[in-house]
Ligand binder design. Structure first.
Ligand SMILES: [Zn+2]
Length: 108
């Protein structure tokens, strides 16, 4: 079995109780803590993966439309690439990732 990613999270940080829904724009969402878990396979056919592994996360659900999304817990280790560029923007993240890939000789 594949283990869920340990430590570093690629989820956006927890946005608090008064977050605006990314789908309908309504303010307010419920929050449910969900621990990290392994991938899920069909019980009657373990060769079929239903869903990939998930990190520890805060599941948010819009109070108006019911749309759900995941955010990182407050104590989650930040994504190393994002932390390295001090959240300067997508171009900065892409540049840092390209530099680090080049420095170690590309993808392994
Ligand atoms: Zn909504």
């Amino acid at each position: 079995m594949t283990q869920p990613p340990a430590g570093a999270s690629t989820l956006p940080p927890y946005s608090g109780p008064d977050v605006d829904c990314p789908k309908c724009g309504a303010s307010g969402a419920t929050t449910e803590h969900r621990p990290a878990r392994d991938a899920i396979f069909l019980p009657w056919n373990p060769a079929v993966r239903v869903d990939g592994p998930q990190p520890e996360r805060m599941f948010r659900r819009c109070s108006s439309c019911g749309y759900g999304w995941n955010e990182a817990p407050l104590d989650a280790e930040p994504c190393r690439a994002v932390a390295a560029v001090d959240v300067g923007g997508l171009e900065d993240i892409q540049r840092v990732v390209a530099e680090r890939l080049a420095a170690r000789g590309g993808l392994r």
